[in-house]
Design a protein around this ligand. Structure first.
Ligand code: DUC
Ligand code: ZN
Ligand code: ZN
Length: 470
């Protein structure tokens, strides 16, 4: 089956160029200057008219948590609902986090994650491994996963003592291992020991509303942990280090400094930290703010975090935008923390809206069109060993393609989204653009305002080592 996408403007990191795209089966077969394919006798089974629209590589969301066990419950999207919602939003690859909890065998955690995803995904998917218990066995497992399972990135937590937390010695050992086997260490950088003291003090004072989740996790403690992790990575042998969900100016400054010194330090941020604030969302009246409880927390409106993060995206100190998609319904899930913010399951659901929300930065002049594609698709693919299969519109690459209409609009609402979530953190947000058509490995999974994909179309991606080192 051959499909010719005509009349559109193909966007990549190097520019936006009017180009026709020929898809043959699951891959991109050829690119043509406008009109050349039709006059040159290229015969396609189907022609898709993309006139006036952008043709971009499918989004790669490298930070999702389908069914994550957290705070006595589970993230509300499973792989079926979560990947279908991702497809609706123009994301054609996710990398989810398989989980090893303290005391568990790494390979058992991985097998459990394969069982959750296998046969259920609408789009292609890979895994990182959360290391919740770094010991001799787990360190050996890191080698095994890199060599045999296509898992080349490992997340460590400086937060959540007693749950996922690693101490500095464990972090150093995992970094030394990664420096040997080429893996990328992904870091949740918040000083969880200090945060737990502040949170317990707040609860004891009777400060139990959701906003205290943010007040007890100050940005200085994200900055401190970020700096500590960069030092540990340097001592371990310039281990490639990638900070997840960066929210704070102080943290970004440490990343910039490390990068300025030539180190292999990278970072991502998420839409919630680019747009939402501690006062406007987390501080909403009553228990409403629980919808926006995530870690790190939303930051104070009058501090420079959001402007700094947008700047970081422009300068590449922030290389990637992911979602940290970790949805919990308000009813029965967020409500577990009524009267005690420490019991609110942490997470926000955004997997469906990342391409739109970052495109809104293009529409408002904060980011170039090229950086939109680079931060949402090309760099995540390169960072996590999937390029050029994913992340680029080029002959030989998977035909994961989004036709994006800059002249249409999107209004985000829980009434119309496709995530398994009873509210939206983005209710009422207006986007000056719209996902029009989405191809996953050559199949039009979203077209004409309808979903045509299926659970099980998505394939597991064995990834190579990061391709983004300096
Ligand atoms: N942060 C969240 O908000 N949820 C899941 C895990 C994390 O680090
Ligand atoms: Zn995290
Ligand atoms: Zn996360």
């Amino acid at each position: 089956m051959k499909t010719l996408i005509t009349g559109g403007t193909v966007v990549g990191p190097l520019g936006a160029v009017p180009t026709d795209v020929l898809v043959d089966g699951e891959t991109i077969a050829a690119l043509y200057a406008p009109g050349v394919a039709s006059t040159g006798g290229v015969v396609a089974d189907k022609v898709v008219d993309a006139t006036g629209k952008y043709v971009v590589p499918g989004g790669v969301d490298v930070h999702t948590h389908m069914k994550l066990p957290f705070g006595g419950t589970f993230a509300s999207d499973d792989f079926e609902s979560g990947t279908r919602a991702a497809a609706w939003g123009g994301t054609t690859t996710i990398i989810d986090f398989a989980v090893q909890r303290t005391g568990e065998v790494v390979q058992d955690g991985l097998a459990a994650w394969h069982a959750l995803a296998d046969g259920n995904c609408a789009i292609d998917y890979g895994f990182h491994m959360i290391m919740g218990g770094v010991d001799d066995e787990a360190l050996k497992a890191m080698d095994y996963l890199v060599e045999h399972e296509g898992i080349t990135s490992f997340k460590l937590f400086m937060a959540y003592p007693g749950v996922f937390y690693s101490d500095d010695g464990q972090i150093l050992r995992a970094m030394q291992k990664a420096s040997d086997n080429g893996a990328l260490i992904m870091m949740h950088a918040e000083n969880g020991i200090a945060i737990d003291v502040l949170a317990a003090q707040a609860v004891a004072r009777g400060d139990t509303d959701p906003v205290f989740h943010g007040i007890t996790r100050p940005s200085a403690l994200e900055g401190e942990a970020t700096h500590r992790a960069t030092v540990l990575a340097q001592v371990a042998g310039n281990t490639p280090l990638y900070f997840v969900h960066m929210s704070a100016s102080e943290a970004l400054a440490h990343v910039s400094a490390a990068r300025g010194a030539g180190r292999n330090v990278f970072a991502e941020t998420c839409p919630q930290y680019l747009y939402l604030t501690l006062e406007d969302q987390l501080g909403a009246p009553g228990f409403e703010g629980a919808k926006w409880v995530a870690s790190p927390p939303l930051r104070p409106r009058d501090e420079p975090h959001r402007d700094d993060l947008w700047r970081g995206l422009r300068t590449d100190d922030l290389a990637v935008v992911s979602t940290d998609h970790c949805p919990f319904c308000f009813k029965d899930q967020k409500e577990l923390g009524r009267g005690d913010f420490t019991k609110i399951p942490n997470g926000i659901g955004t997997v469906e809206h990342r391409m739109d929300l970052v495109y809104q930065g293009v529409a408002t002049g904060r980011l170039s069109l090229e950086r939109w594609v680079e931060t949402c698709s090309t760099t995540p693919a390169r960072m996590f060993g999937l390029y050029p299969k994913k992340g680029v519109i080029a002959p030989g690459s998977d035909a994961d393609i989004v036709i994006y209409d800059p002249n249409a609009t999107t209004t985000i609402s829980a009434a119309t989204h496709h995530m398994n979530l009873d509210h939206s953190a983005w209710e009422g947000f207006e986007i000056a653009g719209k996902v029009d058509t989405v191809f996953s490995r050559g199949t039009a999974v979203v077209a004409g305002g309808a979903f045509h994909g299926r659970a099980g179309h998505g394939q597991y991606l064995r990834r190579g080592l990061t391709q983004y080192l300096r």
